[in-house]
Design a protein around this ligand. Sequence first.
Ligand code: SF4
Length: 235
Amino acid sequence: MSEQITFTMDGVQIKGKAGQTILEAADEAGVYIPRLCYHPDLAPHGSCRVCTVLVNGKPQAACTQPITEGMIVENETPELKEHRRNLIDMLFIEGNHFCMFCEKSGNCELQAIAYRLGILSPKYPYLFPKKDVDSSHKDIFLDLNRCILCGRCVEASRDVDGKGVFEFVGRSIEKKLAVNAEANLKDTNAAVTDKAADVCPVGTINKKGTAFAIPIGQRLYDTKPIGSEIENHKK
Ligand code: SF4
């Protein structure tokens, strides 16, 4: 049996198991910590920083930080909420996110977190970057206008599918997602059954012919805010 660890989050005692991260223990306890690059089927890498919490007063990524006995974690402070809002705001203006035309609307984690954090309009000027669309593959459609560079597809393709279809190229504002081929996705061995085709939090990697299987208005986050599925553990 794994060793039990007790820590405090926002003044509430939480019991977790040795080896768990703060985010895993919080999820099990029904406490939602916002996250974007984290996916439960992939190794956490703490790159988006949306899940940043304060651990004994110091900022840490909740998805990678292990729990320890007696640690004091802060998750719902006004400063952390503002930090998360800023990150989400910047992701919106760095890409071209037109939710009303996006087939992922209602199932998009970026959109859902923005609503949850109360973001209704952009805080910074839009950059309107020029991004590519790749519809060359028979089953998968890529719209890089919406990519938030979370890395899930890169990790899933490399570590789960064993293919390495996706990779990041460039640095800083020039950083972008690329496919492992001279030209387009059709020239890779990507398949619609790949894990990489399932993990995108936004509307970048889409399976052709499935976009409106669930009508807008009835989708996951149309009916309940993101995080509700975790908070329901408490009930
Ligand atoms: S395509 Fe999707 S999963 Fe891949 S890096 Fe961009 S947002 Fe993340």
